[in-house]
Ligand binder design. Structure first.
Ligand code: SAM
Ligand code: SF4
Length: 354
């Protein structure tokens, strides 16, 4: 219902812009050669972070040093707004701001403001440590919802995993709920060390209105610790046995389980062809380079110095080059089709539609 507030007005404006552009023919949309439509833009606003989580992939770009106030080529709010405007023209309907830690940026509210002028569904993924003091301002700027990373409710375990303090993060979660940033999704990275904290997290989420839980499979290839991985199928069976209902989302074909009053979504990309076949996401790095897949760092395309025409073309080019990381059909040099082999840039290989 219309509440007449500034944020509702912003969403209304973005909706009008959206409807003005909905006569979108398939030529204007971003569709890769595997038939995957790109609708979602994930923007890393910084590579800096105040935590040092043991598993961190920092959006696939490795561990950078923490850079105090130095900006290190980061995009400004107007620059980000411009890319979002052009992405919107090409069918992007949701934007997620991430990092590094987005809240290290003092101008994050401005960034949100520029984004929601073009796309109403703008969300944030944060470690939550500085969220308590900024949740209201972010909501006012037009932020819709937030993901807060929380691997355990035990302060010692939390510190052991994330190298930061739990209490400010819990205060951030409460502030986000009070500010109306709903849902607040809690991200728990599933690995041997964190499995034991899942039941308590389900109870916490089930007992708090507005919270949801995301169980994210640990991605070992990014930090080279395969031995930390755990069996996601076993976890899914465990959830299924206890669930009142299970549904499948279109994005990545993620499963959502309802149990003990909690909504629990499983994000399990590793060696999962179904996940990659249903991926609609493209990424923009903190220094304005487009990236077609979290797991690939080759062929990143810089948007800097391009005019609007060049930026649209860059989106199209990066989309055209997207290849599912897992489960792609690859034809080898003898012409044999092999399922599930990870593509490389090796000569003689070519990618086929699954
Ligand atoms: N700093 C913010 C945070 O921690 O939420 C945003 C950036 S962080 C890279 C985004 C998400 O990726 C977090 O939920 C984090 O827990 C998750 N993540 C980081 N490294 C991971 C890994 N190796 N496997 C799975 N998830 C990971
Ligand atoms: Fe990485 Fe986020 Fe942890 Fe920072 S808080 S180290 S960006 S996962």
């Amino acid at each position: 219902m219309w509440g007449g507030g500034r944020e509702e007005w912003k969403h209304f404006e973005a909706l009008v812009n959206y409807l003005a552009g909905t006569a979108m023919d398939s030529q204007r949309m971003l569709i890769d050669s595997f038939g995957r439509v790109v609708t979602d833009l994930r923007i890393s606003v910084t590579s800096r972070c105040n935590f040092s989580c043991i598993y961190c992939h920092n959006e696939g770009l490795g561990h950078p040093p923490l850079l105090d106030d130095q900006e290190d080529g980061e995009m400004g709010p107007d620059e980000i707004g411009r890319y979002v405007r052009l992405a919107r023209e090409l069918g992007i309907g949701s934007v997620k701001l991430t990092g590094g830690e987005p809240l290290v940026r003092r101008d994050l509210e401005e960034i949100v403001d520029r984004c929601v002028q073009h796309v109403s569904d703008v969300s944030l993924t944060t470690n939550g440590s500085a969220l308590a003091g900024r949740a209201d301002a972010l909501r006012l700027a037009g932020l819709k919802r937030v993901n807060v990373s929380l691997d355990s409710l035990d302060p010692h375990a939390f510190k052991d995993i994330r190298r930061g303090s739990l209490q400010p993060v819990l205060a951030g979660v409460r502030a986000a709920l009070e500010a109306g940033l709903k849902p607040v999704k809690l991200n728990l990275v599933v690995m041997k060390k964190t499995m034991q904290y899942i039941p308590a997290m389900i109870d916490y989420v089930g007992g708090t209105k507005g919270l949801k839980l995301q169980l994210i499979q640990f991605m070992p290839e990014l930090v080279h610790h395969e031995e930390w991985s755990t069996d996601m199928d076993e976890l899914k069976e465990w959830l299924e046995k206890r669930a009142d209902s299970v549904i499948t989302r279109e994005m990545h074909h993620r499963r959502i389980y309802h149990l003990n009053g909690a909504e629990v979504e499983v994000v399990d990309p590793v060696r999962n062809p179904e996940f990659c076949a249903n991926c609609h996401r493209i990424r923009l790095t903190h220094d304005a380079r487009l990236k077609g897949c979290l797991n690939r760092n080759g062929n990143l395309v810089s948007l800097r110095g391009l005019d609007d025409y060049g930026i649209r073309n860059a989106f199209r080019r990066v989309t055209a080059e997207r290849v599912p990381y897992y489960g792609v059909f690859v034809r080898d040099s003898e012409g044999e089709t092999i399922l599930g082999r990870r593509p490389s840039s090796g000569m003689g290989e070519r990618y086929l539609r699954p």
